[in-house]
Design a protein around this ligand. Structure first.
Ligand SMILES: NC(=O)c1ccc[n+]([C@@H]2O[C@H](COP(=O)([O-])OP(=O)(O)OC[C@H]3O[C@@H](n4cnc5c(N)ncnc54)[C@H](OP(=O)(O)O)[C@@H]3O)[C@@H](O)[C@H]2O)c1
Length: 301
């Protein structure tokens, strides 16, 4: 049954681009929205603009760097202390770094943010999504997951070896988006029989701040075809809110199911990435944090 009472969503990366438009659409639909991103000044300004358009909107901003597991856990603790249910968990935060670098866990930064951070957040908050009458988890992936080809586990912790290759950041970005897709496939498999639906999508090529990191020539080539942030958010909003949705574990584009790359459909790879992520974050039983919230200890081998 889809709830008729006010619903609640949590949107990572809801302070700009596609996430910001999703927040606006959710507010317009009457959702209370919890927004998380790094830059507090930018986030508060965006939320104030939305409040001005929608007086009475229930919105809160939380400064969070998704690449830092301890910060993700601390944020999840705050969420759990304040709210008892999340109807839509929108895992949208992501970025492109023109130079490869590592985050605090020693993993390549885009992978750490986009995959490991969202893996940890979902682990911590799954009980709240399960508490909703029709919980949704939506992950913003990309057609760029094709850039990854297969999944090179060896370069997750040693991105500097390929820093000098111009294509290396694109491959790493693609791998972070492939990880999103594999996460969705495996999480949906594990949640079979539950009320929670989990899906990923490609928003299209959208005119957002993400392109500030890509080379000028690349930007010149793609810019004529870019769609608006609002258009880019449509499939995300659909997957998060549409009562007719029944599918789980699928990848979408323009509200239609897409196959994704062969690697994204490989169940053994999805399982391997899952095991890797649990180990990297020190998670014992995914979605069942000890004593409400488990303190994840990233292994810094
Ligand atoms: N634009 C496209 O054409 C396109 C295409 C396919 C997929 N995508 C995906 O769509 C998602 C949204 O991107 P966008 O295009 O809307 O880019 P954007 O305008 O740059 O917005 C990215 C959002 O993510 C947040 N963010 C980035 N790194 C973060 C971190 N480490 N921790 C927490 N929040 C972080 C940003 O805020 P802070 O910087 O303040 O943290 C911002 O709110 C990404 O996952 C991206 O990969 C975009």
């Amino acid at each position: 049954m889809f709830p008729t009472s006010p619903r609640r969503a949590l949107v990572t990366g809801g302070s700009a681009g596609i996430g910001k438009e999703t927040v606006k659409a959710l507010v317009a639909k009457g959702y209370e929205v919890i927004v998380a991103a790094r830059d507090a000044a930018k986030g508060e300004a965006v939320l104030n603009a939305i409040r001005a358009e929608h007086p009475g909107a229930q919105l809160s901003f939380h400064a969070l760097d998704m690449s830092q597991p301890d910060a993700v856990v601390a944020f999840a603790q705050q969420v759990q202390a304040r709210w008892d249910r999340i109807d839509a968990l929108v895992l949208n935060a992501g970025l492109f770094t023109p130079q490869l670098r590592t985050g605090v866990t020693g993993h390549e930064f885009m992978f750490a943010t986009t995959h490991l951070g969202h893996f940890a957040l979902t682990h911590q908050l799954l009980p709240l999504v399960e508490a909703a009458p029709a919980g949704r988890i939506v992950v913003t992936s990309s057609v760029a997951h094709f850039f990854a080809g297969g999944f090179d586990f060896g370069s997750l912790r040693e991105p500097s070896s390929s820093t000098f290759l111009m294509v290396a950041p694109f491959v790493a970005y693609g791998r972070s988006k492939l990880a999103n897709l594999l996460f969705v496939r495996e999480l949906a498999r594990r949640l079979q029989g539950s009320k929670v639906l989990v899906n990923s999508f490609h928003p299209g090529s959208v005119k957002t701040e993400i392109w500030r990191g890509t080379p000028g020539l690349f930007n010149a080539l793609i810019s004529p075809g870019l769609i608006s942030e609002r258009e880019g958010a449509q499939t995300q909003v659909f997957l998060a809110t549409d009562p007719s949705l029944a599918q789980s574990g699928q990848h979408w584009f323009r509200k239609k199911i897409e196959q994704g790359s062969p690697a994204s459909r490989n169940p053994e790879l999805a399982q391997r990435l899952w095991d890797y992520s649990e180990q990297a974050l020190g998670i014992r039983r995914f979605g069942r944090p000890q004593g409400g919230v488990e303190l994840v200890r990233a292994r810094r081998a």
